[in-house]
Design a binder for this molecule. Structure first.
Ligand code: DP6
Length: 318
């Protein structure tokens, strides 16, 4: 009745922004991501039959996330399951646009499935994680991952193994506090108020196709072009929402300039930014040292983290 699982966050290169079905949390668009290696979340679940579920995050009670965690346990093990003690540990900041909910819910479904002995297959676990947090479905898989948004269900699969195309990701952290608007609420606002939202939805399949072909051909420049374009389109939807949602700060822009300067020097690197002010630079291994040191020296960057691509969510010893 007890199990521990680890998952790593994933970074979308073609973004999920928008929901088709709010109750089931179905995404309005397909997305493509890379799963990281050195950032992790570990979740332990013990169905010990206590009176009510409890959640501890990095050693402290965490009532805020408890409702979503309980719902996730219900999805995996059924509403009549025993109540559980859940503990979570991460080696990176939570709720600051670093995809902490993706790694948390991916690890949670794997741990809960093992602890409850439900034996769900991987795609089912991905769908259950995605019903709580859309991006979490992708962290069930390693390497480069595609999520296809269907009318009733999502399909998620690995497009390429982590070692088939050894990309590196450097995260420039420019702010450590929690974000002002959660991504779920921000997406809903965008759909309701941004004049750019219909165009965003309409072009997504073409961006997916371009990115998929670039990955299969290992065409870095083509992937860079579509990923930056897709990221800036998503932020255009955010900026044009009412009230507007601007996650960037001065250092976010400075990091984008740093990436542009590295590109001008001939480095294979591109940026992407999620629902937060951090900048993620994706590059080929030969450029990783230069990218890391240029971002670390960029004004306003607090620290950087570097990761290669890694594996999907899995059980680990407690
Ligand atoms: C900007 O998965 O956090 O990171 O389904 O509401 O939990 P919910 O949203 P979430 O949104 C992630 C948005 C993004 C882009 C992406 O990861 O594709």
């Amino acid at each position: 009745m007890q199990a521990t699982a680890q998952a790593q966050p994933n970074i979308a290169l073609v973004k999920y922004w928008g929901k088709r079905d709010l109750d089931r949390n179905l995404p309005a668009v397909s997305s493509l991501s890379v799963t990281l290696d050195s950032l992790w979340t570990r979740m332990s679940v013990s169905f010990d039959g206590r009176e009510a579920d409890s959640l501890e995050v990095n050693g402290a009670d965490s009532p805020d996330m408890l409702a979503r965690v309980s719902r996730c346990l219900d999805y995996v093990a059924g509403e009549d399951r025993p109540r559980a003690r859940v503990t979570s540990e991460s080696n990176f900041p939570i709720g600051a646009g670093l995809a902490s909910s993706a790694s948390a819910f991916a690890a949670l479904v794997v741990a809960a499935d093992a602890a409850a002995g439900t034996g769900h297959d991987r795609l089912t676990l991905a769908r259950l994680a995605g019903a709580i947090s859309g991006s979490a479905a992708r962290s069930l898989y390693g390497g480069i991952v595609e999520l296809i948004a269907g009318a009733d269900e999502i399909d998620v699969h690995r497009l390429m193994d982590a070692d088939e195309w050894p990309l590196e990701v450097i995260v420039a952290v420019t702010e450590e506090g929690p974000k002002p608007v959660g991504s779920g609420d921000a997406m809903i606002r965008g759909a309701e108020t941004s004049p750019f939202y219909p165009g965003w939805i309409e072009q997504q399949d073409a961006d997916m196709q371009t990115a998929r072909e670039a990955v299969i051909a290992r065409g870095f420049a083509a992937l860079a072009g579509v990923a930056e374009h897709n990221c800036l389109k998503m932020h255009s939807v955010m900026w044009s929402s009412r009230p507007p949602i601007v996650y960037w700060n001065k250092a976010t822009l400075a990091c984008m300039e740093t990436v542009r300067a590295l590109q001008a020097e001939g480095h294979s690197v591109f940026f992407t930014i999620d629902a937060g002010p951090q900048v993620k630079a994706v590059c080929l291994p030969k450029s990783a040292g230069a990218v890391e040191s240029a971002l670390a020296q960029t004004e306003g960057v607090i620290h950087t983290m570097q990761s290669r691509l890694g594996a999907g969510a899995r059980l680990i010893g407690a």
